[in-house]
Design a protein around this ligand. Structure first.
Ligand SMILES: *Cc1c(COP(=O)(O)O)cnc(C)c1O
Length: 416
């Protein structure tokens, strides 16, 4: 069999164009990163061919000698990385990891406490359009109106009032450190289980830049492709007590055959995340986010909660320009070669399709090696583009500057 190129199928030409796009525009989507060539290599391997339903040593099909080694090393590395009792590396995604956690410990209709979507929670934390919200009775906590940080008093009050079976911590758009300890105390007070969804911050935790929920939570779920910088996928850590329930929930409860090529790539990423270089990377992500926030504040933007302790910032555009929506801002920045996403701000009066905010993250630019000078430059480019968003010439000028900046920090060399 020959390796394909663009002459075989236009899909390969599309992949080349996507490499080009990733190389020549600035990636500020908080949930994205640049996986290493080693991760890409494992992910694009013949392991995709193998059926391996079950777990190492307990498979339904033959021929899993090598696969068992691959999945075992992934589990072992993950347990060591976070100091957990048990690891399941099979979830196809973060959403599946969360669903499996629910399936393992809840019955349909059970009450769960989770973070409100419009205050930063994820769809899988009880959105009415998600299976989580349809199958379980989610009650939402949020951030305070005054400092826009998680309202632990409200979490406790709601827990005492609703007596949830599970309390879910973790967020998708929250720019501050989440202290894992208070949730444990509240869960214990009401006899609830405690799950921490670390999808966004798993890499910050692995690198020691954020407090680990593993000693506090019964279950920790996360994605492997955000700050953790591995292949697209999910994983679950849990106590020895819940190990069998979690494993059964993933398979046969929720998924069929595991994606062993993705699991091999996860194993590669877990080893990368255990290095001193990765700890340094995690610190730099946080520093870059703080620096970018400072630059954006100087450019006239209001940051929700006043800044960032992690890898992301949430801009409230309303005080910058009352007319400018998140949707328009995302589109004009896209045309300037700056990729980020519109996002609702707490208690946004605009719909989730329009929004009044922008979410901006630093995991990808930090992987590229950008630092304080580049964060200042990016803040300036965003400010300039949005201040003159009606002038297409400005977006065009910025795009040229973006290409020049990216030329000095190429994440990948184009395939020849
Ligand atoms: C991204 C995210 C998920 C879902 O991950 P997918 O891999 O996209 O399914 C779940 N929870 C949180 C908090 C997230 O940010």
């Amino acid at each position: 069999m020959m390796w394909p190129d663009s002459s075989n199928d236009p899909v390969f030409e599309m992949i080349s164009r996507e490499v080009e796009r990733q190389n020549n525009t600035i990636q500020l989507i908080a949930s994205e990163n640049f996986a290493s060539p080693a991760v890409l290599r494992a992910s694009g391997s013949v392991l995709t061919n193998k059926y391996s339903e079950g777990y190492p040593g307990r498979r339904y099909y033959g021929g899993n000698m090598v696969i068992d080694e691959v999945e075992s090393i992934a589990q072992q590395r993950l347990k060591e990385l976070f100091g957990a009792d048990h690891a399941n590396v099979q979830p196809h995604s973060g959403a599946n990891a969360n669903l499996a956690a629910y399936l393992a410990v809840l019955e349909a209709g059970d009450t769960v406490l989770g973070m409100s979507l419009d205050h930063g929670g994820h769809l899988t934390h009880g959105s009415p359009v998600n299976i989580s919200g349809r199958n379980y009775n989610f009650v939402a906590y949020g951030v305070t109106a005054s400092d826009e940080r998680i309202d632990y008093n409200q979490v406790r009050d709601l827990a005492l009032e609703h007596r949830p079976k599970l309390i879910v911590a973790g967020a998708t758009t929250y720019s501050r450190t989440i202290d894992p300890a208070p949730f444990r105390a509240i869960a214990d007070e009401v006899g609830a289980l405690y799950m921490f969804d670390a999808a966004h911050i798993a890499g910050l935790i692995a690198g020691g830049a954020h407090p680990s929920p593993v000693p506090h939570a019964d279950i920790v779920t996360f994605t492997t492709h955000k700050t953790l910088r591995g292949p697209r996928g999910g994983a679950i850590l849990c106590t020895a007590e819940l190990a069998s329930a979690i494993d059964k929930a993933i398979f046969p409860g929720l998924q069929g055959g595991p994606l062993e090529h993705a699991i091999a790539a996860k194993a590669v990423a877990f080893a990368e995340a255990a290095t001193p270089e990765f700890a340094d990377y995690a610190k730099k992500i946080v520093q870059n986010s703080a620096d970018l926030g400072k630059g954006l504040a100087e450019a006239g933007f209001r940051l929700v909660s006043g800044g960032s302790d992690n890898h992301l910032l949430l801009l409230d555009l309303r005080s910058f320009d009352t007319e400018l929506t998140g949707k328009q801002a995302q589109e004009v920045l896209d045309s300037a070669g700056i990729t980020l996403n519109k996002n609702t701000v707490p208690d946004d009066e605009r719909s989730p399709f329009v929004t009044s905010g922008l979410r901006i993250g630093t995991p990808a630019t930090t992987t590229q090696g950008m630092g304080p000078a580049e964060m200042g430059k990016i803040a300036d480019l965003i400010g300039r583009t949005l201040r003159q968003h009606k002038d297409e010439g400005v977006a065009h000028e910025v795009r040229a500057e973006v290409a020049k900046l990216c030329g000095r920090f190429r994440p990948y060399e184009l395939p020849s």
